[in-house]
Design a protein around this ligand. Sequence first.
Ligand code: XMP
Length: 517
Amino acid sequence: MTKENHDTIIVLDFGAQYSQLIARRVRECGVYSQIYPFTISAEEVRRINPKGIIFSGGPASVKAPGSPRPDKTLFSLGIPILGICYGLQVMSEMLGGNVTCPEKKEYGLQNIDIADRTTELLKDVSDKSQVWMSHGDSVDRIPQGFRVTATTPTCPFTVIEDSSRRFYGVQFHPEVVHSAEGDKMIRSFVLDICKAKADWNMGSFVSDAIESIRETVGDRRVLCGLSGGVDSSVAAVLIHKAIGDQLVCVFVNNGMLRKNEAESVLELFGKHFNMNLQYADASEAFLSALKGVTEPEAKRKIIGKLFVDTFYSEARKCGDISFLAQGTLYPDVIESRSPSGGPSSTIKSHHNVGGLPEDLKWQLLEPLKDLFKDEVRALGKELGLPDELVYRHPFPGPGLGVRCIGEVTKERLDTLRDVDAIFIDEIRKAGLYDKIWQALADLLPVKSVGVQGDERTYREVCTLRAVTSEDAMTADWYRMPYDVLQKAASRICNEVPGVNRVLYDISSKPPATIEWE
Ligand code: XMP
């Protein structure tokens, strides 16, 4: 992303799980936001010239030797600063306050008492508003010039400020949805305190991204693995807009696609987009490599390696390639980010192609890696993708391979394809498809006894799962109406020869994940 011509709020990353969520909340205010490692120099910040700075939370203790500290000159630039959790603590400590490490840590929901109604940060927030706390250390002395504007029964310095220098600190996490009015606080900081112009939207994202892709790629060529899912489709269309025919898309049939998937992707992209699209039917290679393999990680590795091998062999057909493009999103990256390495430090790729080799001979191009799924959907709409694609449920890169628990065989995949198609069909008929984040079916590695037409059967067991979610990082099971479950189950047992038992999965994430493996 580039930021020319936009007012910017920068987020300094102290290793928080939530830095990107903070940036996203700023974007929701219509203001451009970019994350930087906390090590950024004041010089560089001066060059960026942001309207405001947000210090993220982080796992460290400010009292620990070597704990992350920002450049202290940042406090003399005259730029407003909001410190969140660790950000509040580090600001307090560096400006002459004190932080302690009490034995009791504080996690969970609290209600704030607003101590001073003149504060701009909390002006739209109601008294007793719910906030989400997650901290070990606490401030026990605030720096000179600061005052307390909100407290909780257990935390006397919940919100503090020095409005003359425009420094603010909150001990809780306003960026998470559990902080009921956190978005209002961020909005007040960004728009009223920093006075940033709300001139950023998906249209600006598109033009910024196009510019940045052109700059990165130059006159080189990019290969994009197109799965027909939302993420890779949006990435491909965006990159295509930027570099046209320098992009080659490869659609790999790995033998683990949904029913009629290959046909519909080819038809959709053939019909709607004028892209270089190569179809690689590698299903036999994938299935023979998976023969006899049951361990989930081993499966993913095999699938990932074969994807790359297929990309390599397809690339040979189209000349020099310098980049591999993927539709990696922020939630795909989050778990593997290193605390102080900043936004581009580590890329977790297994969520896209099952694990890329360390010696991948291309650079990665991941233009969506700062975005959340709903932002990618908004981007897809902005780029003119059809609704049927934009609102598709997510589908994993390794496909039905991660839903065929136990051995992956052509026969079991055919069974699973039929089960999945019926389940999705019933959900669509009931008008529920768009209410659900993701619906899926799995085949379990057990058989069970049944009876059909006076005959004993011994067949596969399938589970159906549907979840609601905001971003796939947490999910709840969908309360599917019984009659939809009943219709799906009875059709599955009647129409799919290999199955005689249907279960419905009622696990949330955590502790379960969305996919079974
Ligand atoms: P989990 O199962 O980790 O999944 O709760 C979260 C989201 O990611 C999708 N997922 C994958 N997507 N390759 C992908 O492209 C994968 O290997 C993969 N594993 C999980 C999953 O469908 C859900 O939307």
